[in-house]
Design a protein around this ligand. Structure first.
Ligand SMILES: [Zn+2]
Length: 172
């Protein structure tokens, strides 16, 4: 799965040929996304298919990766799996995009080629929430781990970890 993907592609030509591109790329090759994640060396697995629907060139595919974002509550790492699919129709103007009759998002082609990297990056950025957060009360959990945080309601006896430590010591 380490086939290198081309960046600049001609979607009309690829659609004529019914091409399929499958492979992976490093997060570090996508500049905007790299600034948002801790694991820039991770791979993004991509599968892109080109086809024609009527006269229209259509690009569909799937993207899979695991991002390490910064939780906006506790500022710690937040593992964020991405598994998405997309379907785009190639258009040559905004007017054409407005009149798109297919059940697709428009992909504006304003030259001969489009950047596959940009396309993948845009799709991933759309899938990241504005304020990613842990699905549990991460601040409370972090404070209970912090030795400087003195919580008087937590005594030796109701702390499951101290019970475990005692069991270990006595060998029971
Ligand atoms: Zn958090």
């Amino acid at each position: 799965m380490s086939d290198k993907l081309p960046n600049l592609i001609d979607p009309l030509l690829f659609a004529e040929r019914r091409s399929i591109l499958a492979g992976s790329l490093k997060i570090s090759t996508l500049e905007r996304l790299s600034g948002m994640v801790a694991n820039t060396e991770a791979d993004i697995e991509v599968d892109v298919r080109f086809a024609k629907q009527g006269k229209r060139a259509v690009v569909s595919g799937s993207i899979k990766t695991l991002l390490e974002l910064e939780c906006q509550s506790c500022l710690q790492i937040l593992a964020w799996p991405i598994e998405l699919s997309f379907k785009l129709a190639v258009v040559s103007s905004l007017q054409e995009a407005d009149q798109l009759e297919l059940d697709c998002e428009p992909l504006l082609l304003d030259g001969e080629k489009v950047s596959l990297n940009d396309l993948i990056e845009d799709e991933i950025l759309l899938a990241i929430p504005d304020y990613p957060k842990h699905g549990y009360d991460c601040i409370a959990r972090q404070q209970s781990k912090d030795p400087g945080f003195d919580d008087n309601s937590q005594t030796q006896t109701n702390n499951p970890f101290s019970v475990l430590a005692k069991l270990k010591k006595t060998g029971e």
